[in-house]
Design a protein around this ligand. Structure first.
Ligand code: UDP
Length: 234
């Protein structure tokens, strides 16, 4: 697989073309941003951990019938993926209250929610990724009704699978963000699944093992990512 021109550089990843028009390589950086990039920094070896963690998650989800963009992990920081057209939605699931949910609704962190919460944001950095509902998504032609239904069904299924996966590792999945892409007429899971995009707490202690350590300067950031990786690869 020959690596060619860089086509995209985001906050935490770079995407490169390959000699196959259907495939691209995503490269995981150590750069970290929070609060819509108002806070910036680097976390040593985060890119390696996130690439390895995401690869495992995609393999697990694929083996459970979820179509993803994952093809294979190429190296410590590189993953071969299908070249999708990203649906401009940030799809969030919340199992317990944390982060924006607490700020927005005055809920206490860790509150067990009466029902799982499914949320959509319009993926637009210049607008600060505003919270939207399914009508906004349709009205703005961000996705079709059929696509939104598919995304919703897949997201709830992914939540059940991921909750079980982390529970078996002594970890609790608090919330997470997914992105989906269009590929040859299908909707498939894209982007990454890592402590940058999930809140993961250690069962029993409630110790945070995710990007909140960076967001709120809790210390031991590198160790948190390595801890999740070592549990997943054990
Ligand atoms: N999230 C993300 N990217 C974003 C916004 C949120 O990966 O641009 C993840 C975040 O890490 C958390 C979940 O989605 O696991 C819910 O985040 P929340 O809405 O609470 O916002 P945040 O606390 O990131 O401001």
């Amino acid at each position: 697989m020959e690596k060619r021109n860089r086509i995209y550089e985001g906050k935490a990843k770079i995407v490169y073309l390959t000699d196959d028009p259907d495939l691209v390589i995503q490269y995981f950086k150590d750069d970290a941003t929070a609060f819509n990039a108002a806070k910036r920094g680097t976390v040593a070896e985060k890119g390696i951990a996130n690439n390895r963690i995401s690869s495992k998650m995609f393999e697990y989800l694929e083996s459970n019938g979820i179509h993803t963009h994952f093809v294979k992990r190429l190296s410590d920081r590189e993953m071969l993926i299908k070249k999708v057209q990203i649906v401009p939605l940030e799809v969030i699931i919340r199992n317990k209250a944390a982060g924006t949910f607490c700020r927005r609704y005055g809920a206490e962190e860790g509150l067990k929610l009466e029902t799982t919460v499914f949320e959509l944001s319009y993926k637009r950095d210049d607008l600060g990724d505003p919270l939207i509902n399914e009508y906004h998504a349709l009205a703005l032609k961000l996705a079709t009704e059929e696509e939104i239904k598919k995304i919703k069904d897949m997201t709830f299924k992914i939540n059940e699978l991921m909750k079980k996966f982390f529970d078996n590792l002594g970890l609790e999945l608090i919330d997470f963000k997914l992105e989906f892409g269009r590929f040859k007429g299908d909707i498939i899971l894209a982007d990454e699944i890592s402590p940058d995009t999930c809140r993961i707490w250690e069962k029993g202690t409630g110790r945070k093992l995710d990007k909140d350590r960076f967001r709120h300067d809790l210390g031991d950031i590198e160790q948190a990512y390595q801890e999740v990786l070592s549990r997943i690869e054990k």
